[in-house]
Design a protein around this ligand. Structure first.
Ligand code: ADP
Ligand code: ADP
Ligand code: ZN
Length: 219
């Protein structure tokens, strides 16, 4: 099973991908996570990406296509994957198509988690993660059961992303509408596009996603 989660920044893609990966034995492939790891490691790619990410713009297609091509070729990806945050431009969608065709595989479903712009600032500015295990939380919508303690690992340190500030949200939304939304028709034409109401509570979004996943033809 190979899925793509589409939707605006802060729309809930990562939250849902984490829930689906365990249930369906899929690998969660987030280009945002990979780029943040590159920035943290101080690699050449990380140096190039940092300023672009902080400004809420898109990293060049060449860089992210290269990262994904490497990652999809690794053995664990053979059991299936969930792409989160990639593709984000028509050029990336086309490059992914070529990559998959060369391997004789395809996408089972491209799912748009739809959330209106006016809900995104609150989603993004309230987001934080466990510094130890990466579990995701929200100040208002997904608090840990015990304040200050991670539900998953008991960790007590949390972090917030450098780009999760109200000032950068608008440029990320602009990039989404100008560069990413145009790939929705690309998947619609292939007959694999599904739309989910991402304004629903987290558990309800998961339920609808599972209905789609279980209905999709397993390739
Ligand atoms: P994305 O990966 O699309 O950028 P995230 O999954 O990180 O988005 O979600 C952004 C923030 O919103 C997180 O803090 C998360 O806890 C919260 N969140 C995710 N889905 C929902 C939802 N359906 N309702 C309310 N808050 C949500
Ligand atoms: P979110 O969904 O919350 O916006 P991501 O973690 O997916 O965050 O991405 C964070 C940043 O990393 C983006 O704003 C962009 O700068 C960069 N990025 C991630 N994926 C891509 C991609 N496929 N193409 C270009 N830039 C990307
Ligand atoms: Zn944790």
């Amino acid at each position: 099973m190979r899925l793509i989660l589409l939707g605006p920044p802060g729309g809930g893609k990562g939250t849902q991908a984490k829930r689906l990966q365990d249930d369906y034995g899929l690998v969660h492939l987030s280009t945002g996570d990979m780029l943040r790891a590159a920035v943290a490691s101080g690699s050449e790619i990380g140096k190039k990406a940092k300023a672009v990410m902080d400004a809420g713009k898109l990293v060049s297609d060449d860089i992210v296509i290269g990262i994904i091509a490497d990652r999809i070729g690794q053995p664990d990806a053979a059991k299936g994957f969930i792409l989160d945050g990639f593709p984000r431009t028509v050029a990336q969608a086309e490059a992914l198509d070529v990559m998959l065709r060369e391997r004789g595989i395809g996408i089972d479903a491209a799912i748009e988690v739809r959330v209106p712009d006016n809900m995104i600032v609150e989603r993004i500015t309230g987001r934080f993660t466990c510094a130890k295990c990466g579990a995701g939380y929200h100040d208002k919508f997904q608090r840990p059961k015990v304040d200050g303690v991670c539900d998953s690992c008991g960790g007590t340190e949390f972090s917030r992303r450098a780009d999760d500030k109200a000032e950068t949200v608008q440029s990320r939304l602009d990039a989404y509408h100008a560069q990413t939304a145009p790939i929705l028709p690309f998947y619609e034409k292939k007959g694999v596009l599904k739309v989910i109401d991402g304004t629903l509570p987290i558990a309800d979004v998961t339920k609808r996603l599972k209905e789609i996943v279980e209905g999709a033809s397993v390739g």
